[in-house]
Design a protein around this ligand. Structure first.
Ligand code: PEP
Ligand code: MN
Length: 334
């Protein structure tokens, strides 16, 4: 894995060796552990994390009701956009400061840390007062001054993949943030533009093992923007878990039909609850398999090679006898 397999693949496809090899801070070093990023008591990279909430903060009632529902279903953080990067300048742009105050209230009521997007260098410091995890959206992935600014902020950053970006470009954007002295970066695959128009984007789940091979940073998957289609969110979430993702970011709205943005892809709280149950079942199954494989490996059984999803940090920790003081499956098992 990682460095051993990387250079050969890059040569085959003629990728630039220079930029990948220049990942001084984000690149994986041989023998180095994956990073664990702590956000408001949640340890991303160690525990499996689901971030859920509405696309946009629209009102106090909508946000609070959604926050309570996603917490009850097992989400560890609340998402919600107060600044919305919209295709049309006439579309709903977000509530701004009012939206941040609503998120703050939701945090006080539920205890969930807040994930929200920042779109402008001038807003980083004050948005950072409300956000526990600052999101850089796909459209701003290569906004280098914004990357430098959030790097200087020292806040944990969720860096979404640009819709036209290669892995190399994405990791170099993370490098901009780390180069400012901020190593609290989490990546998020959210789909890319391809010739396929059936889905909103083509969710590139191959980036999960690719990021784990090339970088020590955690990677989440956003199946909501990644597909834009409700019935695909469950199969893509489960596939992301199998691929070894460190978590998911999912849009949930108490009344999707009335949503002011992305109404076609937001799950109802009931659908989200059902999805969380499936995710837990799959993770329990994976943990059982990983533990059985670890036992078989101890006996010298050659069939014990782990499958891809077992490469998940939390699965490996469980298989290793949960060496960390926190039980990574405490949440999955209850
Ligand atoms: C979002 O998560 O609110 C969002 C706008 O996503 P993306 O930047 O991936 O399009
Ligand atoms: Mn959205």
């Amino acid at each position: 894995m990682g460095r051993e397999s990387g250079p050969r693949a890059r040569t085959t496809f003629g990728w630039s060796e220079i930029s990948m090899n220049n990942l001084k801070l984000t690149g994986k070093k041989p023998g180095e552990d994956r990073s664990v990023i702590e956000v408001g008591g949640v340890r991303i990279g160690e525990e499996f994390v689901v971030i859920a909430g509405p696309c946009s903060v629209e009102s106090e009632e909508q946000t609070l009701r959604t926050a309570v529902a996603v917490k009850e279903a097992g989400a560890k953080m609340l998402r919600g956009g107060a600044f919305k990067p919209r295709t049309s300048p006439y579309a709903f742009q977000g509530l701004g400061l009012k939206g941040l105050k609503i998120l703050d209230k939701a945090k006080r009521e539920t205890g969930l840390p807040i994930v929200t997007e920042v779109v402008d260098t001038r807003d980083v410091s004050w948005v950072g007062e409300y956000a526990d995890l600052l999101q850089i959206g796909a459209r701003n992935m290569q906004n280098f001054s914004l990357l430098r600014e959030v790097g200087k902020s020292g806040k944990p950053i969720l860096l979404k993949r640009g819709m036209y970006s290669t892995l190399e470009e994405w990791l170099n954007c993370a490098e901009y943030i780390l180069a400012e002295g901020n190593d609290k970066v989490i990546l998020c695959e959210r789909g890319i533009r391809t010739f396929e128009t059936y889905t909103r984007n083509t969710l590139d789940l191959s980036m999960v093992p690719a990021v784990h091979a090339e970088s020590h940073l955690p990677i989440l998957v956003d199946p909501s923007h990644g597909t834009g289609i409700l019935y695909m969110i469950e199969p893509m979430s489960l596939s992301a878990v199998m691929a070894g993702a460190d978590g998911l970011e999912i849009e949930v709205h108490v009344d999707p039909a009335s949503a002011l943005s992305d109404k076609d892809q937001q799950l109802t709280p009931e659908a989200f609850k059902a999805l969380m149950r499936r995710i837990t079942e799959l993770r329990e199954f994976m943990a059982e398999r990983a533990m059985a494989d670890a036992d078989a490996a101890k006996r010298g059984d050659p069939s014990a090679a782990p499958v891809a999803g077992q490469n998940h940090a939390a699965v490996r920790a469980a298989a290793a006898g949960a060496s960390s003081s926190r039980d990574p499956f405490a949440d999955a098992m209850d």
